[in-house]
Design a protein around this ligand. Structure first.
Ligand SMILES: Nc1ncnc2c1ncn2[C@@H]1O[C@H](COP(=O)(O)OP(=O)(O)OP(=O)(O)O)[C@@H](O)[C@H]1O
Length: 422
């Protein structure tokens, strides 16, 4: 669940921060780098060597190596983040995008002060609210009520200030009935709801949100998106998500990470489409280890058919052929619709249990019901996830194109119902 901590990085007090102008820089990151070691035994040994180095010399071995160059890394070590630079101002929302293992959470953890950078500098101004890992930040034995007070105090709020916010937090998190039960009895969705409610209600200057919001249901996600937009008036947000439609919706800028390094940063409308369309072979061999199964199990994803023209309220039919080298279970499909400028305008979510047998052609037949989009041509992207949406089984961008003939106005966050049959 949430981790709500003051940043260990260079932090100014929130009162100091609030005296700055609206466009003030709240986060400044310069040449940031973090080295990890994949081999557990070696990492213990290196840790010991570095501590000894810190004790007996001004600069530890690890820092010296980190500041030299990549080939000086010790066996087993790699850069989880390298050469990261950015600034974030009040009122801005920065999206961190990248495949599994790209280094997004590592960067968030450094911003939140949970781990220390090996090189570079982080400057944070004001109060930091964060929702990073499920189960962290709460004492599982304490009740929801007690955890609200503990987290509020950690953020520097007085009891009276927390009292004032208490009802809003409980109402937003929808945990009124369980507020006096230990947090360890909460479902993961309840923990995330409470964590988010605390982090956002404490009026942070910087709000750090990891993919964890994905644990909540769609309704709660939509509520969070509205809350984040409200918060943005007074704070800066760093938002990690694999759900591109959410990034598209709330982030002004994105930082695209691969193998710990920035591939590109800039306005969401310019960087996100490039990320979505990028071939997925740009990851390092380091990360291929983690992604091999999900990337390599698909032999073919092909369009079989798609309705070419749709009147408002019609069903859209889409059929895709898929062939995998190993058996794979798909739990969630997303069907996303992009207009002719590439902007995401709607998406359907299908929760299911579809088994793709190895080396067998499987036809996936989707039906998006009662589709209502404004007149124009649209691209359809399909995404398939397994393992609680942790693994991307396949991503089929620009799978099909169709024409919408109606003249109706567009809707915000439109999510038409859809079904799948095999
Ligand atoms: N404490 C650690 N020790 C060693 N390696 C680590 C540690 N924490 C993370 N890593 C590795 O660092 C790399 C970056 O991990 P990180 O969690 O930052 O990626 P991510 O982009 O957040 O991935 P995901 O999208 O799957 O959450 C991965 O290869 C991961 O296995």
């Amino acid at each position: 669940m949430s981790e709500i901590l003051e940043s260990n990085a260079v932090a100014a007090s929130s009162s100091e921060a609030s005296t700055h102008s609206d466009s003030e820089v709240l986060v400044r990151v310069e040449n940031l780098g973090k080295v990890f070691c994949r081999d557990f035994k070696k990492s213990l040994l290196y840790g010991l060597q570095d501590s000894m180095g810190d004790l007996f010399s001004a600069k530890s071995d690890k820092k010296q190596r980190a500041q030299d160059s990549e080939h000086k890394l010790r066996p087993g070590e790699f850069w989880a983040n390298k050469d990261i630079n950015f600034e974030l101002r009040r009122g801005e929302c920065l999206g961190l995008i990248g495949q599994n293992g790209a280094g997004k959470t590592t960067l968030l953890k450094m911003l939140n002060g949970l781990i220390k950078p090996d090189v570079g500098k982080i400057e944070m101004r004001g109060r930091v609210g964060a929702l990073i890992a499920l189960g962290a930040g709460f004492n599982p034995l304490l009740s929801g009520r007690e955890n609200i007070y503990v987290n509020g105090s950690v953020l520097g709020l007085t009891k009276i200030e927390i009292d004032e916010k208490f009802d809003d937090i409980v109402e937003f998190a929808e945990v009124r009935k369980s507020i006096d039960s230990p947090v360890q009895t909460y479902s993961s969705g309840m923990q995330v709801r409470l964590g988010f409610a605390i982090a956002s209600s404490m009026k942070p200057d910087v709000l750090i949100l990891d993919e964890i919001l994905a644990v909540g249901d769609m309704e709660f996600q939509a509520k969070c998106m509205i809350e984040i937009s409200k918060n943005l008036a007074s704070c800066a947000v760093v938002f990690v998500s694999h759900q591109e439609h959410l990034v598209q919706r709330i982030c002004d800028r994105v930082l695209w990470l691969e193998a710990g390094k920035i591939v590109e940063s800039g306005p969401t409308f310019s960087v996100l489409p490039k990320y979505i369309d990028a071939p997925r072979n740009r990851i390092s061999s380091e990360q291929k280890e983690t992604n091999l199964e999900k990337l390599d199990c698909i032999n073919i994803v092909e369009l079989v058919s798609c309705t070419l023209e749709v009147e408002s309220g019609d069903n859209l039919k889409l059929e895709i052929l898929i062939n995998a080298s190993s058996r794979v279970a798909i739990e969630t499909f997303y069907i996303a619709f992009r207009d002719n400028t590439g902007k995401f305008v709607a998406r359907s979510t299908i929760s299911c249990e579809v088994i793709i047998e190895a080396d067998t052609n499987t036809n996936l037949k989707f039906q998006v019901k009662d589709l209502r989009l404004k007149r124009g041509s649209y691209m359809v992207d399909t995404y398939a996830y397994s393992n609680g949406e942790k693994s991307l089984v396949f991503q089929f961008n620009s799978a099909a194109k169709f024409l919408m003939r109606s003249m109706i106005a567009s809707q915000v966050d439109y999510q038409p119902d859809a079904v799948i049959s095999v």
